[in-house]
Write a protein that binds this ligand. Structure first.
Ligand SMILES: Cc1cc2nc3c(=O)[nH]c(=O)nc-3n(C[C@H](O)[C@H](O)[C@H](O)COP(=O)(O)OP(=O)(O)OC[C@H]3O[C@@H](n4cnc5c(N)ncnc54)[C@H](O)[C@@H]3O)c2cc1C
Length: 600
């Protein structure tokens, strides 16, 4: 008997699934899944970001949502051939709901569904004006009252926030606010981005002088305007700053720079926010329906409180305030911390002629940049991936199709390979006294990032300086206190210092909600970020998605957006669709609203 092709296998299951969903036959739909199964939905079925794990959760979601969502026309995507390997058949599909169109990915094992991804791509009747729908630009014909594009843009900019109100306000105009603003602009959602810095891109420009992106260009594109083919693999921070500034302008964003958001309050009765901002020294009150905090997960510095900080006579800086090495030639610098910022800052200080000591308080995951690019990212984000037809969009969806519950199982073998490839490097680091780890379960960098957003360094050279002793290392002991001219460790070591840099990371984004809205609202929402994996700094319970990011929260009309460039690009799509639907009065029944867990 001839074996079925992967395409036929996918077709068969999709046809049955589509029929069951259209007929509201929940049992038939659930029975198409194997016992160990996952359905990850990005907005299309749940108006939420939600992963259903196992048949019971899938049944529950369908029981609650199916009648309202009305899925239809589930069919294999003809442009993306199905494939098979290692007992798994994979395919792509398209579908519709009553109000939207979507795209999905399916993995089959033994003819049953193992993983299913459903994503919303556009709202019917509210498609983006692109391709055949692109605007004409010129207005042909005759009109004595004709206004140019420039005049219209200027009028809009002058009116929005003063005589007309935005539907959405985004606090924070880093890459997160900018990417979301661009998508909302294309969807016709009146939006203002509030940014306290003078220029778009300043959040990158103001970081330490030596910083280049740690992630490669293929991973970093913004929506709509990908970086050109000659863009460097690892963009220097000021170049990214300039790109964001250009992007903000050409994407016609209503970007209020030099504007500080001072407070925001939600009125449950009017279902409206009152956002008080200071723009050019003048107080302006905005009244949007939706408020997005895009204030950065690396924006709220964690500075440890240490005895003696008040009597220390030298300089003390959080890593976010560190200007670079120029003023510290010949000075003694103690850098507290051993993650990305600590390594970058130590290396630049050493290059600048400072005498640098890194204090490593707990173990760090290290992975060499070229190894990470090749083994960790190469299949999805690289020239190799592009040559194999894996576009950025496809890569984003493949990545999204792996449920977080099992993602570590895909990651562990990759990190085992990396450990093997760079065995001598790791042995040398350990010989130098560096405390290494590979994440709680050996799953490495991405899982650490998703779980806790910290605890790693992508090595671009600083490790060699640690290995050869150029950067002095004190590991295994925490700081006890500061004296007038030194940092004293708990093991009694005294490290003379002219400058102390606290490379001690950043606090949860819900701290911004406490600062700008109220502690009550911050507590109502709970911790932002993390999967609930019950690994260090990611307390349970298991969430299955990143807490409170890009989805409805316990505070009506309050949203959090951000993350790295990949996440800003990918998840801004789903957040923008959620906001657009509300703006248009489309019913958005949320399934499985995020519960509150942990206060910070
Ligand atoms: C040293 C370092 C290296 C990094 N390397 C990478 C990398 O290689 N790739 C990557 O993708 N990510 C990297 N990151 C993570 C990086 O922080 C984020 O990717 C990025 O900056 C997040 O963008 P964002 O827009 O979410 O936040 P931010 O860039 O932090 O932007 C938040 C903005 O909010 C503004 N803001 C805050 N409060 C207010 C207020 N009250 N009123 C008005 N404006 C306000 C701030 O001024 C800021 O501009 C790095 C981070 C650090 C610290």
């Amino acid at each position: 008997m001839l074996e079925e092709s992967p395409g036929t296998r996918v077709d068969t299951v999709l046809a049955k699934l589509g029929k069951a969903l259209e007929q509201g036959d929940i049992d038939a739909a659930v029975n198409l899944f194997q016992a160990d199964c996952y359905w990850r939905d990005l907005v299309a079925f749940t108006w939420n970001l939600k992963t259903m794990e196992g048949q019971d959760q899938i049944r529950d979601m369908l029981t609650t949502q199916l009648a309202a969502i009305k899925p239809a026309r589930l069919r294999q995507d003809e442009k993306e051939p199905a494939s098979a390997g290692a007992g798994v058949t994979e395919g792509w599909f398209e579908f519709e709901t009553e109000v939207a169109r979507g795209h999905g990915h399916i993995r089959l094992r033994n003819g049953l569904i193992w993983t299913l991804l459903t994503t919303m791509t556009e709202l019917k009747g509210h498609e983006e004006p692109k391709g055949l729908r692109r605007p004409l630009g010129a207005e042909h014909g005759h009109d004595p009252d004709r206004k140019t594009w420039k005049e219209k843009r200027e009028a809009e900019a002058a009116e929005l926030g003063y005589t007309t109100q935005p539907y959405a306000v985004i606090i924070g105009g880093g890459q997160g606010g900018i990417a979301l603003g661009a998508r909302l602009r294309q969807l016709g959602v009146p939006t203002i981005i509030i940014e306290k810095n003078e220029r778009p891109g300043d959040s990158w420009r103001k970081r330490y002088k030596s910083l280049c992106l740690h992630d490669p260009v293929w991973y970093d594109h913004l929506p709509y305007i990908p970086f050109p083919e000659n863009w460097p693999v690892f963009a220097p921070k000021d170049k990214i700053g300039d790109w964001l500034e250009m992007y903000t302008r050409v994407m016609e964003l209503n970007y209020w720079s030099s504007t500080l958001c001072k407070s925001a309050r939600y009125d449950e009765a009017t279902e409206e926010w009152t956002v008080i901002v200071e723009r050019n020294g003048e107080e302006v009150v905005l009244r949007p329906k939706q408020l997005v905090l895009a204030t950065g997960m690396s924006g709220k510095p964690n500075v440890p409180k240490l005895e003696g900080q008040d009597i220390f006579k030298g300089e003390q800086q959080h890593s976010s305030q560190h200007p670079g090495p120029d003023a510290y030639r010949g000075k003694k610098v103690v850098v507290i911390g051993s993650n990305n910022s600590a390594h970058d800052i130590c290396a630049a200080l050493w290059e600048g002629g400072a005498d640098v000591t890194m204090v490593q308080r707990s173990s760090t995951h290290i992975v060499r940049s070229d190894t990470l690019m090749e083994i960790g990212l190469g299949d999805l984000y690289s020239e190799r991936a592009l040559a194999a037809g894996v576009t950025t969009r496809k890569a984003d969806l493949i990545f999204a199709s792996l449920p977080y519950r099992i993602m570590h199982e895909f990651q562990i073998p990759l990190y085992e390979k990396m450990r093997e490839r760079d065995a001598k490097f790791y042995a040398d680091l350990q010989k130098a006294g560096f405390m290494l780890d590979w994440g709680a379960d050996g799953s490495g960098l991405f899982m650490k990032y998703l779980r806790r957003g910290s605890g790693y360094y992508i090595d671009v050279g600083a490790c060699d300086l640690v290995i050869d002793g150029s950067i002095k290392l004190k590991s295994g002991s925490d700081v006890s206190h500061l004296t007038e001219d030194a940092v004293v460790l708990k093991d009694g070591t005294v490290l003379p210092a002219d400058l102390v840099v606290y490379a001690t990371g950043y606090g949860s984004m819900n701290g911004w909600a406490a600062d700008l809205i109220s502690k009550d609202v911050a507590d109502k929402v709970g911790k932002v970020w993390g999967l609930g994996s019950d690994t260090p700094k990611d307390p349970g319970p298991w969430e299955g998605e990143q807490r409170n990011m890009w989805k409805p929260t316990q505070q009506e009309a309050l949203w959090f957006h951000g993350g790295n460039l990949h996440q800003s690009r990918h998840y801004s799509q789903y957040l923008s669709l959620q906001l657009k639907a509300r703006c248009e009065g489309i019913s958005t029944p949320v399934y499985g609203l995020q519960e509150r867990h942990h206060l910070s």
